[in-house]
Design a protein. Sequence first.
Length: 308
Amino acid sequence: MAKKDLLSIYDLTVEEISVLLEEAFKLKSEKKYLDVFKGKTLGMIFEKPSTRTRVSFTVAMIQLGGAPIALNPENLQRKRGESIHDTAVVLSSYLNGLVIRAFKHSDTEEFAKYSTIPVINALSDYEHPCQVVADIMTVMELHKIKTIKALREIKIVYTGDSNNVANSLLAMAAVLGLNFTLISPEQCLPKKYVRDKASEYALASGAEIKITSDIAEAEGADVIYTDVWLSMGCETEKKDRKKVFVPYQVNAGLLRKASPGCIVLHCLPAVRGEEITAEIIDKYEYSIFTQAENRLHAQKAILMRFLV
């Protein structure tokens, strides 16, 4: 099979997403250690901090019988100016796959271009595809949904910064045909090329996508999702951003607009008292920490799809 990369949710078809979810649920229920990757190695480059992604990929590879190798960017020759081309070609001769968390999505794309092994986006400034596979798994699990068709009846609302996670949720909704509302301050709404691509896919899938600055559009939500107001690399904007985002906080008032069975999701880490109150994160820790655990099972499914 020709090598396939996972840089964006748009790299996946509805059928492939369905298979990933089915495999993730199976792996979670069976909790078996497998030898499918015996003798195989996974390189992991993390230019940004990581807890859930780094640990879940490491544990996933070990539990599937393979060996993960952490490649600290500070200790690679890239630090001294070696090109992505040369690094990618050399790593391809050693490894069976490469997971990259990069500041620039274009660097991830360049690694994929020159690598002969699969490259998986572990977060870039554009998308976080592995995260939202686990997110959709969690929505299905907690709402007891068995099919993508049934998932389309659920109203998913994201409120906060239109960051890489929001972009991936938007892409997932557009590909699968979901009911998705993205609520963000006017100046922080998704860029035009992001909206245009989602609209293109939504026309084909029948997705009901709404992008707005009106927090009242959270009415009737079955899922409310948020993320930090300040993404990695945007720390200098902290003071201005906090003022803008206050109306979009996930709090008790917002939850009163939601449906009775609404769940709250947060990809973590959270800043309690900013994008979400301590009261709400504690009340909904069952859904948020299930979401975090599901990163492991989703990562296993992703590795089994892309590395085999």
